[in-house]
Design a binder for this molecule. Structure first.
Ligand code: FAD
Length: 82
């Protein structure tokens, strides 16, 4: 019997492939920092998935801004901090 366990990168890569979102030239999921939306409607990207491997402080900042952008997208307005 063969036990196979996918790595985080493999799981993430499989998800990205399955979704079919556009990638940037570095292979990260393309999304701008204005609304964090990908090429696929209602799919957002932030942190390492958007920036590539980086620092945790950037992941926290992008996570907050992305949450704000999603709130704005869903509710038409947001009170979440930048
Ligand atoms: C070995 C190592 C050491 C590091 N050391 C430092 C350091 O000292 N200082 C520093 O600032 N930064 C460090 N970093 C970088 C920092 O860890 C990352 O920048 C940060 O964790 C990125 O956060 P994120 O939320 O964008 O992504 P992640 O922390 O990778 O979170 C993504 C989450 O999504 C989950 N996921 C993936 N695919 C799926 C799926 N299909 N379904 C559901 N969930 C899924 C993953 O399991 C994971 O929990 C290090 C990174 C590594 C790999």
């Amino acid at each position: 019997m063969v036990h196979w366990r996918a790595t985080a990168a493999e799981v993430t890569g499989a998800l990205v492939s399955a979704l079919g979102v556009d990638l940037d030239p570095r292979g990260n999921v393309r999304a701008n920092t204005a609304d964090y939306q990908t090429s696929l409607p209602k799919v957002f990207s932030a942190g390492d998935m958007r920036r590539g491997q980086s620092l945790v402080v950037w992941a926290i900042r992008e996570g907050r801004l992305c949450a704000r952008a999603i709130d704005q997208f869903l509710m038409g307005t947001t009170n979440l901090p930048r």
